[in-house]
Design a binder for this molecule. Structure first.
Ligand SMILES: Cc1cc2nc3c(=O)[nH]c(=O)nc-3n(C[C@H](O)[C@H](O)[C@H](O)COP(=O)(O)OP(=O)(O)OC[C@H]3O[C@@H](n4cnc5c(N)ncnc54)[C@H](O)[C@@H]3O)c2cc1C
Length: 313
């Protein structure tokens, strides 16, 4: 199908984009990478009268690491592509979780066009970056002609395909805080084929102290609820050396706490089972990453032959 008619705007700067968005309010939609919006237009599930193409807003194409060792953040501007974030050496050095999750977002051709900020505004409950932002307790910056607001991830996602960005607002930046201390990460998911939306996905962050005891164990999930879910499983894992932590118990606790739905891809029961298994494995991998980063591969999973505890089952 073809989209219904619209007026196409292609402003050269943020100021111009905000003017057009303010002028046409709810009749206008931002066009970023178009990887979600264009299919919606073609299927006529969306029919805005005005499209505001932000691809000339070069001032928003950055991926940057800011701040000092105490409080570093990765800032991603609205026209930076998924690929820009995935391949940025400073960003992946500071926050390997970004690359670990992004490698599961669709396929390289889609990541070359799709933007990370667009994916967050799109708020697909199966979108990897929604859970990454929530797990890291990041935030989004939203600008309108006369206002700028920063919204915490916990308040940003309102429902499936619904973020709190309102008509007239442009999401200009996503901010991903770099966890302090000795923190490891992992991202694991099950999809029917690599690059498909996940049936269930889980990210984990594990922080250890200098004696390699667990200080914090947190997880986040996609495809289990209308918005990304974050769980604190520190108590279930136990404040013990990471290689004796109860990752299996933490996985069981996660499965008990989650409340997935049935859909055409999977039953709720199967999703709950996957969430439990992925939790155990992701926490184990993140713990190992925190203890011995050189022993894990780029997904945060143990390299074959590397000295470590066995993957718990
Ligand atoms: C075949 C296929 C498979 C995919 N698989 C995955 C996957 O596994 N995981 C995943 O996470 N994603 C997946 N995607 C989606 C992809 O990540 C998209 O790029 C992303 O969801 C939207 O980003 P975009 O830049 O393309 O936004 P667009 O499609 O241009 O816009 C999406 C929505 O966000 C709004 N928007 C975009 N940017 C802004 C902004 N700066 N300010 C305000 N509103 C804005 C638009 O108005 C629109 O409503 C897939 C897409 C395809 C086509």
């Amino acid at each position: 199908m073809k989209p219904s008619g619209f007026t196409y705007h292609r402003p050269d700067g943020v100021g111009g984009a905000l003017q057009v968005l303010s002028e046409f309010g709810p009749d206008a939609k931002v066009l970023a990478g178009g990887q979600s919006l264009v299919p919606l237009l073609n299927m006529r599930l969306a029919a805005p009268e005005h499209l505001v193409d932000i691809n000339r807003l070069d001032e928003l194409s950055y991926v940057r690491v800011d701040g000092d060792d105490e409080q570093r953040v990765v800032r991603v501007g609205a026209t930076a592509r998924h690929t820009d974030v995935e391949r940025d050496p400073a960003a992946s050095g500071a926050l390997p979780l970004l690359g670990r999750a992004l490698r599961h977002v669709a396929h390289p051709t889609i990541r070359n066009r799709g933007t990370t900020v667009g994916s967050l505004v799109h708020a697909d409950p199966s979108g990897e970056m929604t859970a990454v932002l929530a797990l890291l307790e990041g935030s989004m910056q939203l600008r309108a002609v006369n206002s700028t607001r920063t919204v915490a991830a916990a308040d940003f996602f309102l429902g499936p395909l619904e973020s709190c960005a309102v008509a007239g607002e442009l999401a200009t930046e996503a901010v991903f805080p770099v966890p302090a201390g000795r923190t490891g990460s992992a991202w694991l998911e099950v999809a029917r084929r690599h690059g498909d939306y996940a049936v269930c996905g889980a990210g984990a962050l594990v922080t250890l102290d200098d004696d390699l005891r667990v200080v914090s164990a947190r997880t986040a999930y996609i495809s289990v609820d209308a918005t990304p879910v974050v769980l604190d499983l520190t108590d279930e894992a136990g404040a013990v050396p990471f290689d004796t932590a109860d990752w299996v118990g933490a996985g069981r606790a996660a499965a008990d706490r989650l409340d997935p739905d049935d859909d055409i891809h999977a039953t709720a029961e199967y999703r709950r089972h996957l969430a439990g298994v992925l939790t155990t494995r992701a926490l184990h991998a993140a713990g190992l990453d925190a203890a011995a980063p050189e022993a894990v591969n780029r997904d945060g999973v143990r390299r074959l032959g590397a000295a470590s505890t066995e993957v718990p089952r």
